[in-house]
Ligand binder design. Structure first.
Ligand SMILES: Nc1ncnc2c1ncn2[C@@H]1O[C@H](COP(=O)(O)OP(=O)(O)O)[C@@H](O)[C@H]1O
Ligand SMILES: [Mg+2]
Length: 362
């Protein structure tokens, strides 16, 4: 096993497209790191450079203390699991998992030991003699992971391994992958566009946007302390609301004259923001029907446009001045109706203020 370091990593494709624009990242031994971001932000390119499948334009990749820029893929001691796991249809599950080791001339007894161990970890022991066509999607995905596990590589690389599975199976396999990692503890770099997958799996999440890293941190830190508007809006569902605002006299002032007192503990932090164009960031779960006892709360009066009961909570959608589709989460037993005035409470302990021009969180 090994740590992985990316230093000033750049990838420019023919035609001058810069897919990756000088990223730096240190991944620790045993760590599970997830690269997440919208389609086209450079996740796959980064992963393929680590694998050695894509030439590096500039910068360095270090695996386990060795710069591997010029090391061919098969000598990097990594195993990759793709979205298209492409099992060999004419081989049994056992043979599919054993194949890579056979090519590498491992002893038959060692191969047998490793395949059986991986089958046990993945809970597919009864399937070893089956052909891929007799497996469900989730079982095939397990076999693809088994192929990687038997290699016992320094690093696992996953590129959107769950995106071919239906929603329910995706959630199940997500848990499986986490369990497997807790067992084998192999350093893992996992790519997905799905922020929920990123949050649930990662020790640390790396949020990418347009070929750069916006922020790196443990899931809870990204959720509570996003550094930029992009991260604030990308992590969390439904997404954080952004309302145009100004700060004066220790309060956030919204366009309609509503003012929301800033908690004492944050006044100094926001003092220099007075007079600037700001965005007040508040997540739907922190914009709720009134709850007694919540400290540092402030009321906003709105008119719901659409009400969506979800069972455990109800989503209320409305617009608020320039801000379209603002969302609040209220208790399912609370009364709300489209077109009828509703008083919401902002939990100001969970407020964010952003510079409207730069998108930086203050
Ligand atoms: N082989 C290629 N040639 C030219 N441009 C490419 C190639 N592969 C990817 N790109 C471009 O590089 C950018 C990043 O792509 P990619 O790494 O696949 O993004 P992601 O995996 O985050 O969706 C995109 O703009 C994409 O169009
Ligand atoms: Mg991709």
């Amino acid at each position: 096993m090994a740590n992985v370091s990316l230093r000033n990593l750049v990838k420019e494709y023919d035609g001058g497209v810069q897919a990756v624009k000088g990223i730096n990242l240190d991944i620790q031994d045993h760590e599970f790191v997830v690269l997440v971001g919208p389609s086209g932000c450079g996740k796959t390119t980064t992963l393929r450079m680590i694998a050695g499948l894509e030439e590096i334009t500039k910068g360095e990749i270090d695996i386990g203390g060795n710069v591997v820029n010029d090391v061919p893929p098969r000598d990097r001691d990594i195993a990759m699991v793709f979205q298209n796991y492409a099992l060999y249809p004419h081989m049994s599950v056992y043979e599919n998992m054993a194949f890579g080791l056979t090519l590498r001339k491992f002893a038959r007894s060692e191969i047998d030991k490793r395949v059986k161990n991986a089958a046990r970890i993945l809970d597919i022991e009864p399937l070893l003699e089956r052909k891929p066509k007799a497996l469900s999607g989730g079982q095939r995905q397990r076999v693809a992971m088994g192929r990687a596990i038997v290699r016992d590589p320094k690093v696992f690389l996953f590129d959107e391994p769950l995106s071919n599975l239906d929603a329910k199976l995706r959630v199940q396999m997500r848990t499986e992958i986490k369990k497997v990692h807790q067992t084998v503890r192999t350093t893992t770099v996992y790519v997905t566009h799905d922020q929920v997958e990123a949050m649930t799996l990662a020790d640390r999440v790396v949020v990418m946007n347009h070929g750069v890293i916006e922020q790196v941190g443990p899931p809870q830190e990204l959720y509570h302390h996003p550094a930029t508007r992009f991260v604030a809006g990308f992590i969390g569902s439904p997404a954080m609301n952004f309302l145009p605002a100004r700060v004066a006299d220790g309060a956030v002032h919204l366009f309609d004259g509503t003012f929301l007192p800033i908690p004492e503990a944050r006044r100094d932090r926001y003092a220099s923001a007075a007079g600037r164009d700001l965005l007040f960031g508040i997540r739907p779960e922190h914009l709720t029907d009134q709850r007694l006892g919540l400290q540092n709360r402030a009321d906003i009066v709105i008119t719901p446009e659409v009400i969506e009961p979800m069972g455990m909570e109800t989503l209320v959608h409305f617009h608020f001045g320039e801000a379209r589709d603002v969302c609040a989460k209220i208790d399912p037993t609370a009364y709300a109706a489209p077109g009828e005035r509703l008083v919401l409470t902002a939990d100001m302990n969970n407020m964010h203020l952003l510079d409207a021009a730069t998108g930086r969180v203050l």
